[in-house]
Design a protein around this ligand. Structure first.
Ligand code: KG4
Ligand code: ZN
Length: 340
């Protein structure tokens, strides 16, 4: 007997990307992302502007996602949306839109935890991507979070380490600001790092207990380093930008890999997945690939389009919850802080 197809619309609006995706079972039919260029002028996300841009983007983005998927809204089985964590004003736009559409279509509403979605993006069915077996370790590295999570099953996750201050993406973006780069600086630092010498400059690594991280000290160290060197040579940054970026990236990857190795040692789990914006980084991808042959790990690296914020990852969580009949009440509220 042929299995019935389940169509889920996913909506993501937790920060500065408005995204909608349509999934047929665990396969993606469309994944539309409208990013908001406006924040670059301010060197960071301005919550009020983000919320306003979501309001402008959400209808066309959802429309485009349905059109690209080649289905009509009446074929949808459920609507999944990001409930949190994120910026309240941004979350509210996606939440109210998802509620009204699900109510109008008389179909179930499914709330999704954004951080869980970064991890469960690995369950999207892709021909060239294998799915991690339970239990596995997931390191979520983004502009808002840095966590190591023990994933026992789809919806049983345990945070075993996290940042005590800045997220790793923030370390990239704030270092970029010191160097005069645009926002977000992660991708440019990564590009430049590949052309520079990673051992040119040495930054001290933080000493944090157990599996926790700290990145605020690194940002300050880079600031003082740049101030000191520019005093001696006003063109220091311009003349050595690639080497500075390579050295910053080298330090960050060393910190992440050190904690991952510790997590493997403590748990005995050697299946390692990454997720979140910083998982697009070439340095962490290379380090994980090397760890496969060096330490016998099996690593799971998401496709680029599922690294930064996107609705495909929200839709896959929607599908997994749909299979468990795990639906939300219509009075569900957006929540800026939401634990795993
Ligand atoms: O997951 P994401 O889109 O949003 C949050 O939930 O925070 O992550 C955005 C973060 C930004 O800090 C950005 O600089 C960083 O991901 N990022 C990168 C790279 N691509 C994006 N950081 C380092 N290397 C990259 N290639
Ligand atoms: Zn994210």
């Amino acid at each position: 007997m042929k299995k019935e197809n389940i169509y889920i619309l996913g909506i993501e609006s937790s920060c500065d990307d408005t995204s909608a995706a349509v999934l047929c079972n665990d396969s993606i039919l469309s994944n539309v992302v409208a990013d908001q260029k406006i924040h670059a002028e301010y060197g960071g996300v301005v919550p009020e502007l983000a919320s306003r841009a979501h309001q402008q983007n959400i209808v066309p983005v959802v429309h485009q996602a349905l059109e690209k998927a080649g289905i009509s809204k009446d074929q949808l089985n459920a609507i999944a949306f990001t409930r949190g964590p994120g910026l309240m004003g941004s979350l509210l736009v996606g939440t109210s839109f998802a509620k009204s559409l699900a109510f109008g279509l008389n179909i179930p509403l499914i709330d999704v935890n954004h951080m869980q979605a970064h991890i469960l993006a690995h369950f999207i069915n892709e021909t060239d991507h294998k799915t991690p077996p339970f239990p596995f370790l997931a390191m979520t590295i983004s502009g808002g979070h840095t966590q190591i999570v023990k994933v026992n099953s789809h919806f049983n996750m345990q945070v075993i380490g996290e940042t005590i201050d800045d997220a790793v993406g923030e370390a990239y973006d704030k270092s970029g600001k010191v160097l005069g780069l645009g926002y977000p600086a992660g991708p440019e630092i990564d590009q430049r790092a590949q052309r520079g010498n990673p051992k040119a400059y040495k930054f001290t690594k933080p000493k944090v207990d157990g599996l926790n991280f700290s990145f605020s000290g690194l940002k300050t160290a880079i600031l003082y380093f740049v101030q000191r060197e520019t005093k001696a040579n006003t063109n220091f940054v311009q003349e050595n930008l690639n080497d500075i970026c390579a050295s910053i990236q080298y330090t960050i990857i060393e910190i992440l890999m050190y904690k991952l190795k510790l997590a493997v040692k403590q748990t005995g789990i050697k299946h390692i997945a990454i997720g979140g914006g910083v998982s697009a980084n070439s340095g962490i991808r290379k380090a994980l690939k090397e760890a496969e042959s060096k330490h016998g790990w099996t690593t799971y690296i998401p496709k680029f389009e599922y690294t930064t914020d996107n609705a495909a990852m929200i839709a896959i969580v929607g599908y997994l919850k749909y299979l468990e009949n795990d639906f939300s009440d219509f009075d569900v509220m957006a929540t800026a802080r939401l634990k795993l």
